[in-house]
Design a protein around this ligand. Structure first.
Ligand code: IMP
Length: 435
């Protein structure tokens, strides 16, 4: 049986999921993106060349892999075709891509609303990527969304746009913004529909067939569990659920179909946008981590906030999403730092807390309590086996396993595909295969 492996980010996104999904994509036959939109940014380095993907699944570089954009996504066609054109310009033309007819479309008014809501929120702004993600999911739940399949049917699309603008245009007027013209939208989005036609399909039917045929399927997560609409640090979250639990719903498959969950975890923590971040610190060490780790947003270019690894976050992720193994990323970035800290629990009002409080004021008041570990000075970027790591780096990884309760299945010592050490390959049944 081909395994069905979910890759999730266990922190606030930007854990390096792109690299792991790209690596695992090489072992899979189908690669699926199930939620979010072009708020995500996966950077992948192939032969020293850096590719930034926002919407398109990571299997796109392999012409034999079927890539699927599933129903849980919100897709901006402008961004989609920009990405397809950019890939083509760099020689990536021969690919297989399927887009769910039930995925929602990010419309131009969503971008306007995202920016306007953020401005109106003032100090309470979420710090969104301003890609229209929140408003697109809002319209989905308000049942005034446009779905990808609608772009193929002029009658349905006209009805959907009318239903939406009946609500959106008065809202825009209230905010002194230009209303949208239904005819123009209809014309422009029918054109997108025609261009998308070859890709549009019922991806749930396809995926269920693929499962029955025993294909190896990789579900690549976007964002991270702490940005989950339900289980993240609400309201400083995204508008979908990046958990493994959400994958079946977002793809139209049964929960039992998932066999493995790889929790991708940065060896430290980063966060972009607003919201509390207990292990955040700003000094020469954090600035060094930011520069060495290129901690600037792939999507927005914003400098990422830096913090120590937080085991409370890892345990939370494990609880709400499950993880059969961890992939520890950017371990090499920590080389040369004399002392490394991992937060084991918080003190909130003097009380020990080892879960993420739902109340955001309590979370903001959390004081991290650390266990400290000696660092290493050696360059680890060419290490190919766990045993070849400096003893202190081995100790740091063992501590992550102990504090999170999840075994490490992979770790990464540099940006290139080759700089990935696999202890247990999730698509394999045999244990502890060293590559
Ligand atoms: P939105 O998803 O654009 O609405 O942004 C909501 C929050 O999620 C903001 O704090 C963003 O910075 C964050 N966010 C969304 N997508 C990503 C991602 O792929 N990586 C990291 N942060 C993200």
């Amino acid at each position: 049986m081909g395994k069905r492996v979910v890759v999730v980010g266990t922190q606030w996104g930007d854990e390096g999921k792109g690299k792991i999904t790209d690596y695992l994509a090489g072992k899979a036959e189908v690669v699926v993106r199930s939620q979010g939109g072009n708020n995500a940014g996966h950077s992948i380095t192939i032969d020293g060349e850096r590719f930034a993907l926002h919407l398109i699944p990571s299997g796109i570089f392999n012409p034999n892999i079927q890539n699927v954009m599933a129903n849980g996504m919100v897709i901006d066609p402008v961004s989609l075709f920009k990405e397809i054109d950019q890939l083509a310009a760099r020689g990536v033309k021969n690919f297989k891509l399927m887009i769910s007819d039930r995925a929602h479309v990010v419309m131009p008014y969503h971008l306007i609303l995202d920016g306007a809501f953020e401005t109106l929120k003032g100090d309470a702004a979420v710090g969104t990527t301003k890609k229209g993600i929140g408003p697109a999911y809002t319209d989905k739940s308000a049942r005034i969304g446009v779905r990808v399949g609608d772009l193929l049917d002029p009658v349905v699309l006209s009805d959907r746009i009318a239903a939406n603008l009946a609500i959106t245009n008065p809202l825009l007027k209230l905010m002194n913004k230009e209303p949208f013209d239904a005819e123009t939208l209809l014309r422009d989005y029918l054109v997108f529909g025609e261009r998308m036609r070859p890709f549009i399909a019922d991806t749930s039917v396809y995926l269920n067939d693929a499962i029955e045929e025993g294909r190896k399927i990789l579900f690549e997560g976007a964002q991270g569990i702490m940005l989950c609409l339900d289980h993240g640090t609400y309201p400083y979250v995204t508008s979908s659920s990046p958990t493994a639990a959400a994958v079946p719903l977002n793809c139209g498959i049964a929960p039992m179909a998932i066999t493995d969950v790889v929790g991708v975890t940065k060896a430290y923590t980063t966060r972009v946008g607003g919201g509390a971040f207990p292990t955040e610190f700003e000094d020469d060490t954090s600035r060094r981590i930011r520069e060495v780790g290129h901690e600037y947003g792939t999507t927005t270019g914003r400098a990422r906030r830096i913090g120590w690894l937080d085991a409370v976050v890892l345990k939370h992720s494990r609880r709400v999403s499950g993880a059969t193994g961890l992939a520890i990323m950017l371990l090499d970035v920590l080389s040369g730092i004399p002392t490394l800290n991992i937060c084991t629990h918080y003190l909130i009002d003097g009380k020990r807390v080892d879960y993420i409080p739902g109340n955001y004021r309590a979370f903001a008041a959390a004081v991290p309590v650390y266990e400290s570990f000696p660092g290493w000075t050696e360059d680890i970027s060419t290490v190919g086996r766990f045993a070849d790591l400096p003893i202190n780096a081995q100790g740091y990884l063992r501590a992550i396993e102990r504090l999170s309760g999840v075994p490490i299945v992979m770790f990464s010592v540099g940006p290139d595909r080759t700089q990935t050490v696999t202890l247990k390959q999730p698509f394999n049944d045999s244990d502890y295969e060293e590559e």
